[in-house]
Design a protein. Structure first.
Length: 459
């Protein structure tokens, strides 16, 4: 077998985000094939063979690639709408539009969402797609194709809804699937696309949308399906006070107890948002190892509230960061969520140390890997792990006077990405994607957004 080609990165500050939070003011990283071969202080060892590239990373911080744990790609073509609504009113306003998406729209929206994240340092992305209108084409296939073309590691959380307006839910009747159709389509998606290998680029999770858009039977059977096929489970949980009220009225219990009653707590589960969690809810998540995707910007945009992230971390709950859909986070960037997570969780009296810069970076890297079930493979810079990493340029006007590079990255302006590697392959250079044409994606997304708006207006 031929020896793997090596890339050597020298003269960079390094935040490994390993178990000891090891950092090097000036160090090196050696990539061999798709793995990290070495990380350490000083320059890389002399005499390395088969070195095909050397990068002088003076003025840069190298971190693990960012990991997005919650998103809705299709919303890229419905940004800037219903900007002064809470969650339930926002959903009611936008579901009639979303229910008219098709394969071409889903592909263009996925391209836009992925491109925006990738050029901002995301190396592992996920998409919770749950809107599957009848005769809309192969939406899951289109989303996965866009991720493969962009070059990011990807988890498709194959969502579903079967509780429409006629059943007391929020989606219009024509926007949902039947219980049997949803389960069958989800199973086929897992069978066709899920890769369980160490260096998998595509994985699939089972992901009924939320308690207020999904029947109890779909929740129960969805959990059984996921565990029979050995994949993870994802849904929305405890996002708003309205959701909590809904659960009490319909099920006679709060969201966390409802999730537990349907088999939806466990180490193979992660929930989006988890804003309205009491002490017993947090204890249940910690006891079962259930993960959380914290989406600070979206929670603020929809006035959902402030998730108790410091309390979750103190209890041992796995927590990662999420962009959430770009109809409730119009920027679509995860690196800004590092800063927003830190700032929002400090709101209130005597909370100046609620989260610090290194905790925020951990949320966006190792925390996300843990939530997605991939902490053995990625999320930190350690020999043997996958070569998913980012070089952040910190010697420009925006950051050069901040001495600590992690503080500069988290507290400062969004840092330029000089290089981003996924699986040992460079996908970003000097803030531009190498794998796809950003300008063509922008044009396509605008065209599809206009087409969707026209179709919706025509009814």
């Amino acid at each position: 077998m031929a020896e793997a080609e090596r890339i050597v990165i020298d003269n960079c500050a390094i935040a490994t985000v390993d178990a000891d939070d090891t950092e090097h003011p000036s160090g090196h990283v050696v990539i061999a094939g798709n793995r990290i071969e070495a990380v350490g202080a000083g320059r890389a060892p002399e005499g390395l063979e088969n070195v095909v590239r050397r990068i002088d990373a003076t003025g840069h911080l190298v971190t693990p690639g960012l990991i997005n744990t919650h998103h809705h790609f299709y919303q890229w073509i419905t940004r800037g709408l219903a900007t002064d609504h809470n969650l339930f009113n926002w959903l009611v306003a936008l579901y009639p539009t979303w229910a008219r998406i098709d394969e071409t729209m889903a592909y263009a929206a996925a391209q836009g969402s992925l491109a925006m994240m990738a050029r901002g340092g995301v190396t592992t992305a996920m998409d919770h797609h749950y809107v599957y209108p009848e005769n809309s084409g192969d939406l899951s296939g289109a989303i996965i194709r866009a991720a493969r073309e962009t070059g990011v590691r990807f988890t498709l959380a194959r969502g579903s809804m079967d509780r429409s307006e006629k059943d007391g839910g929020l989606p219009p009747d024509f926007a949902v699937e039947t219980l049997d159709d949803a389960l069958a389509a989800t199973g086929r998606t897992v069978d066709e696309y899920h890769d369980a290998s160490f260096d998998a680029m595509t994985q699939v999770a089972v992901a009924p949308c939320s308690p207020f858009s999904v029947s109890t039977e779909l929740m129960r059977q969805g959990a059984e399906l996921a565990r029979a096929k050995g994949v993870r489970l994802h849904t929305h949980g405890s996002e708003t006070v309205e959701e909590e009220k809904f659960c009490h009225e319909l099920f006679g219990m709060g969201p966390t107890d409802y999730f537990e009653s349907t088999g939806w707590l466990g180490e193979d589960v992660w929930m989006a948002h988890c804003v309205h969690m009491n002490d017993s809810d947090i204890a249940a998540f910690a006891r079962t190892g259930t993960g959380v995707a914290h989406c600070p910007s979206s929670n603020a945009r929809l006035a959902a509230g402030i998730a108790r992230v410091p309390d979750m971390l103190a209890a041992g709950v796995p927590v990662g960061l999420g962009v959430d859909g770009t109809a409730s986070n119009e920027s679509g960037e995860l690196h800004t969520e590092l800063r927003n997570a830190l700032l929002i969780n400090r709101l209130g009296a005597r909370r100046e140390a609620a989260l610090n810069a290194r905790q925020a970076l951990r949320l966006g890297t190792y925390g996300g890997a843990r939530v997605l079930g991939r902490a053995a493979e990625t999320g930190s810079l350690e020999p043997g792990k996958l070569a998913d990493l980012v070089l952040w340029k910190l010697d420009t006007l925006a950051h050069s006077s901040i001495a600590d590079p992690v503080t500069a990255l988290v507290f400062g302006a969004a840092a330029p990405v000089t290089a981003s590697f996924v699986n040992g392959r460079q996908i970003v250079a000097d803030g531009r994607l190498l794998t796809v044409d950003e300008d063509a994606i922008a044009r396509s997304a605008r065209t599809e957004a206009q087409r969707l708006a026209r179709i919706t207006a025509e009814g």
